[in-house]
Design a protein around this ligand. Structure first.
Ligand SMILES: Nc1ncnc2c1ncn2[C@@H]1O[C@H](COP(=O)(O)OP(=O)(O)OP(=O)(O)O)[C@@H](O)[C@H]1O
Ligand SMILES: [Mg+2]
Length: 208
């Protein structure tokens, strides 16, 4: 029996981390062996790179440097954490993955989707999730949730201007349109319980 690799994506404050935890719990309740992980990070090497990416000044890295760091972190995360777990029959639930690099560095950051996919091919053999769940929420509501959580403080990338983040959100919607089999847009409004049910509905065909 082979495991599955599920990623959660979307803009800032839509509830990815909340839902990653809730989804992992819901899958465990169905008897599945689940690994909950996140990007950037999820392995020793990638967690070290996480600090480089999220801390410091906005102009600490050029966009190509930033994309290369994400690709390096992802290669380590995949090799050390994700692939071994899936091969052992586990379900991996990952809070952000490749599609965040495509949206943030590729589209909003202007590096180009093709270039980000090329880095992923080099670093990670082009591995794609079995399913990607994009949490979709009105900008104002996402901003309100993020603000309620941390009072407006954000990391190096989260602190970019509203236009950047609007492009990120539009990019995620476009990925779902381009690849509807893998990437599913999920309404992230309403209670956390309601959102988790919607996510499970988008995994129905993969569940044993
Ligand atoms: N369905 C919901 N209704 C109301 N509040 C929610 C809901 N889901 C999550 N929240 C709250 O919104 C805030 C942001 O959620 P969370 O941290 O999960 O978002 P995120 O997408 O992981 O954000 P980031 O992009 O910053 O990592 C948290 O305070 C969380 O408790
Ligand atoms: Mg989060």
């Amino acid at each position: 029996m082979s495991g599955k690799f599920i990623t959660l994506e979307g803009g800032e404050g839509v509830g990815k981390s909340t839902q990653a935890r809730r989804l992992a719990d819901a899958l465990r309740a169905r008897g599945l062996d689940v690994v909950l992980t996140r990007e950037p990070g999820g392995s020793d090497g990638a967690e070290a790179i996480r600090g480089l990416l999220l801390e410091g000044e906005g102009d600490r890295w050029s966009m190509p440097s930033e994309a290369l760091l994400f690709a390096a972190a992802r290669a380590d995360h995949l090799a050390k954490t994700i692939r071994p777990a899936v091969q052992a029959g586990k379900w991996v639930v990952c809070d952000r993955f490749l599609d965040s690099s495509r949206a943030y560095q590729g589209i909003a950051g202007g590096l180009g989707d093709d270039n980000v996919l090329r880095l992923h091919a080099i670093g990670s053999g082009g591995v794609l999730p079995d399913r990607t769940l994009v949490l979709d929420l009105a900008d104002e509501e996402a901003a309100a949730r993020a603000h309620a959580r941390d009072g407006g403080s954000s990391d190096r990338i989260g602190g970019r201007d509203p236009d950047f983040h609007a492009e990120v959100v539009a990019a995620f919607r476009e990925f779902a349109r381009q690849d509807p089999d893998r990437v599913r847009l999920v309404d992230a409004s309403g209670s956390a319980e309601q959102v988790t049910e919607r996510l499970l509905g988008q995994l129905a065909d993969l569940l044993p």
